[in-house]
Design a protein around this ligand. Structure first.
Ligand code: ADP
Length: 319
């Protein structure tokens, strides 16, 4: 198959205009894809399936020349025909491509052919914190701090750039093989255009949804990410999300009424509990800011410099 140029991350916004034109050629359907820019041809070889999402299938993709391996999200254009879905994908690419931080999944390249959009991301080959916590049941407080440090660092960076992630959850905290955190999935993220802007709607349902998003009255802003940090911390330490029930309606009722408990069979420190209670405040303005979380008593405790690989399976002996 012939191939023609599309674009890289820097031109992501423009290139996506091609989403509904069909004037690019590609190697769709085969297990290689090519990205051509001027005289440079990049050939990627598709490897194993990493996972499936709402629209995307994610494969290991190896650059044939450099042998570097990426996570390649492949999205069939036929599944994003609606204006809204296209706009959402465009926004995800634009926001993600604009970020560069050690604890954010690096957006590497973006290209497309007739049938597919390809997003090449930094490969995170130790799954996400969701699988980690499931395997471990729950984490120790020093481990939770270790992950919090990196999550907070990434969130501070995003908020400084006026980006709200809006879907911080264990499943979007990706892990590298040396257990470094990489925040990913900007599918629900928003960029604020001016100070004090309030977002009224989210196109999609965040997993750890904040009460102000459910009520929808005064809009929402950066505080929704602080709320999710509270849910993440609770889940790391207790082993299950605070508002989870078997049906969504009941869960939403509990979120709105701020009903959750600390199970008596799990012991957590007073400092951890205080931080969770303050971040899960129903009133967004009363939640701590990210800088307040850094200064909380819980965050002053010992933080491991790194975690051993064995932490994937069992509690580290000297964490
Ligand atoms: P979702 O639609 O569930 O939010 P995505 O479409 O972003 O998920 O990705 C689908 C799946 O691909 C994920 O659940 C994960 O298993 C895998 N995946 C996504 N990004 C990466 C990455 N950077 N490294 C490794 N695996 C990834």
């Amino acid at each position: 198959a012939g191939t023609t140029a599309t674009a890289d991350a820097a031109a992501a916004g423009g290139a996506l205009e091609n989403l509904d034109t069909s004037n690019t050629l590609g190697a769709a359907g085969s297990n290689t894809s090519q990205w051509v820019l001027g005289p440079v041809v990049n050939t990627y070889i598709r490897g194993r399936l990493l996972g499936k999402g709402g629209f995307a299938k994610c494969f290991e993709m190896t650059n044939a020349k450099t042998q570097r391996v990426y996570a390649g999200k492949i999205i069939a254009k036929s599944t994003v025909t609606k204006m809204r879905a296209r706009q959402k994908l465009r926004s995800e690419i634009q926001i993600h491509a604009s970020l560069r931080h050690p604890h954010v999944v690096q957006f590497e390249h973006f290209f497309e052919d007739d049938e597919y959009v390809y997003i090449l991301l930094e490969l995170c080959d130790a799954q996400t914190m969701m699988e980690l916590v499931k395997r471990r049941k729950r984490l120790t407080e020093p481990e939770a701090r270790y992950f919090m440090v990196q999550i907070l660092d990434a969130l501070e960076y995003m908020h400084r750039r006026c980006v709200i992630h809006r879907d911080i959850k264990l499943g979007n905290v990706f892990l590298t093989r040396d257990l470094q955190v990489k925040i990913g999935d900007f599918g629900l993220a928003a960029k604020l255009e001016y100070d004090h802007e309030r977002k009224k709607t989210i196109c999609g349902t965040p997993n750890y949804i904040a009460p102000e998003v459910l009520s929808g009255k005064n809009g929402h802003s950066y505080e929704v990410d602080v709320w999710s940090v509270g849910v993440v911390l609770y889940t790391m330490l207790i082993g299950k999300p605070p508002f989870e029930t078997t049906d969504v309606k009941t869960t939403y009722k509990r979120i709105k009424a701020n009903i959750y408990t600390f199970p008596t069979n799990v012991s957590i420190s007073r400092a951890a509990r205080e931080l969770i209670v303050s971040t899960l405040n129903a009133t967004p303005e009363q939640r701590p800011r990210l800088s307040d979380i850094w200064h909380s008593e819980f965050m002053q405790g010992p933080v491991p410099r790194c975690l051993p690989r064995s932490a994937m399976e069992s509690e580290p002996t000297a964490a």
